[in-house]
Ligand binder design. Structure first.
Ligand code: NAD
Ligand code: GLY
Length: 364
């Protein structure tokens, strides 16, 4: 291991778990599992890309340690996060003798993590599971906090559960094989944490854009660790998104979901849509007198330095607002937005005027 891995603990009473974050620490995979489970049967769920890159080898390491291993591979891409693929996985697991002593290991990006976590949460009413996230988005966001689920046609993440893993093993070295666009999309969520929770972290990111763009391992290890700490802090206080606190993680997301839906989930990656959505949210906050215009300029400069898009896609504004009204955060038909009042602090703001939302879509 190039550098000592660090551990971030997610404190959730008997559902507490460790996130081990390092560089080159996939070598710790077997002991990481062994320290946390007595099981000897692992169902590894991965996708076609990550299988050949990492999952196949990790499965071999477990088999060498006398585990019974079943490796289930789904097609790479969002389309696999659906009821048909989940049902195929349940059937295969049943046929292969999976029982309550078995564990599920998700090795892949957010699609694999959400799908495998959902299958784990539901098979025999709940199997223990581990996450080995391999995209930046999964390392800083989707593998932490226990939201698992699948999409319905036309309704993203509509069926799911809160099901915490037994542990999360993060190796930032795997990010070296990630395509540039996917890597940058993950950076949008990284910037989000600075804006919503930690002004010092935002300033750190501003200073480290070159190292981040070069995927410097030690910088990334710290970046992922800080994001996981910040997300863990929110999840510990509002695991099931009941108080509104966890909703702060959705900064920029009301806009982003509308942009993604308007582009039929093909034009923009989620992180790209979040980057543009954060710009709209910053402009909305400025219109409502919550921040000055310099706030949006500062956020824009960082997003652009990290190679992220900031221009609103060319859709009719009223169509976008209609799509926003389908967002899970809508409260009795009223639009709600997570908006900053200073760097490192946001609030859930209710009853925002449609005129202001329409105006915020356009940069002046
Ligand atoms: P993804 O899982 O589709 O991965 C993106 C692509 O990168 C895939 O083609 C994958 O095969 C490939 N890939 C993964 N790791 C790689 C590696 N190391 N090297 C090369 N290629 C690699 O996409 P994603 O962006 O990781 O996740 C998106 C999903 O996450 C969405 O479904 C979203 O809803 C979900 N999500 C969930 C939460 C949550 O809290 N549960 C939070 C945010 C997003
Ligand atoms: N990604 C938002 C959440 O985990 O709540």
């Amino acid at each position: 291991m190039a550098n000592e891995a660090k551990v971030t603990r997610v404190n959730l009473a008997h559902r507490s778990y460790d996130i081990q974050i390092g560089s080159g620490n996939l070598t710790e995979f077997v002991p990481f599992l062994r320290e946390r489970t007595k099981s000897n049967h692992a169902v590894i769920i991965t996708d076609t890309t990550v299988d050949t890159l990492y999952a196949d080898k990790l499965g071999d390491q477990l088999a060498d340690d006398q585990w019974e291993v079943h490796l289930l591979v789904v097609d790479a891409g969002e389309r696999s996060k659906c009821s048909e693929v989940a049902a195929d996985l349940w059937e295969t697991m049943l046929a292969e003798g999976t029982d309550r002593q078995s564990i599920v290991v998700a090795i892949g990006g957010g699609v694999v993590g959400d799908l495998a976590g959902f299958v784990a949460a539901t098979f025999t009413r709940g199997l223990s599971f581990f996450q080995v996230p391999t995209t930046l988005l999964a390392q800083v966001d989707s593998s932490v906090g226990g939201k698992v689920g699948i999409n319905l046609p036309g309704a993203k993440n509509m069926v799911g559960a809160f099901w915490q893993p037994l542990g999360v093993l993060v190796d930032v070295e795997v990010l070296n094989t990630l395509p540039d666009r996917e890597y940058r999309a993950g950076l949008a969520e990284v910037v989000k944490y600075g804006v919503i929770l930690d002004a010092d972290f935002f300033a750190y990111l501003e200073q480290q854009t070159e190292a981040i763009n070069n995927r410097d391992a030690e910088t990334l290890r710290y970046v992922v660790e800080r994001c996981c700490q910040l997300k863990a802090g929110v999840v510990e206080k509002d695991e099931r998104e009941l108080t509104g606190l966890r909703a702060v993680l959705n900064y920029g997301h009301t806009y982003a979901h509308a942009f993604e839906a308007a582009g039929k989930y093909e034009a923009l990656l989620h992180g790209e849509a979040v980057s543009i959505g954060m710009m709209c949210a910053a402009r909305l906050a400025a219109r409502m007198g919550r921040v000055d215009n310099q706030f949006a300029s500062r956020q824009q400069a960082l997003l652009e330095a990290l190679g992220l898009p900031i221009a609103t896609p060319n859709h009719d504004g009223n169509d976008l607002v209609a799509l926003m009204r389908h967002d899970k955060k809508v409260d009795e038909g009223k639009l709600r937005f997570v908006l900053p009042d200073r760097m490192g602090h946001v609030e859930l703001v209710k009853d925002v005027r449609t005129d202001d939302v329409l105006a915020s879509l356009i940069a002046e």
